[in-house]
Design a protein around this ligand. Sequence first.
Ligand code: SAM
Length: 224
Amino acid sequence: MNDAIKTPLQGDGDFRSDECVEILKKADIIATNPPFSLFREYIAQLEEHDKQFVIIGNVNSLSYKEVFKLIKNNQLWLGHSIHSGDREFRVSPDYPLNASGFRTDEQGNNYIRVKGVRWFTNLDYKERHEDLILYKKYTPEEYPKYDNLDAINIDKTKEIPEDYKGLMGVPITFMDKYNPEQFEIVGQMATTKIDDFNFGYPYISGKKKYARIVIKNKRLQDGN
Ligand SMILES: C[S@@+](CC[C@H](N)C(=O)[O-])C[C@H]1O[C@@H](n2cnc3c(N)ncnc32)[C@H](O)[C@@H]1O
């Protein structure tokens, strides 16, 4: 990376400042670990400036209305190298070490472990187009429908039945396996705020389930 350019900042480095926006405009690809609490705003800024990007976020950010809309439209997806577990991040010496796990190396650098992180990107990669291998057959007993949507419930992504044509609710981590040629994302069942693509939290026989993404198998639709 001998040709890397480091730009000293005059201001405080807020990504919304004019100075940072001017630098953003010149960038070809943005690779960063933005503040999770401002994730929506950060993504919106990248979209507004039509940038290619690969950024770190929490997997739960998928269900934010603004983020989910991009996911549904195939303008944003999860990146390649992180699909489970936690990841270690180096932090400044004054960072409070109260994360789920932390360590200090021989040089005195502090690291924290953060759960549920993923790459969020609009850069394509080969593995994103590989089919998830399905092996289960649909039975109404094993895959009950929701009280509040005509869709079957699936608790584990690998248990998506290979022969079900209708709507299916899958865990959010389905996104780690999502191939846009194999499945269509129809909406989500997350949060209580119902909108065009959010059918509200899923219920089965009156019992609330975890958030779900609602999908359809493209290969089983007529004309395919
Ligand atoms: C998830 S941390 C990542 C830190 C660093 N990029 C790294 O990889 O070690 C997010 C960082 O964004 C900074 N931050 C918070 N609000 C910001 C803003 N409005 N503009 C720019 N950075 C901000 C925080 O201080 C924090 O250091």
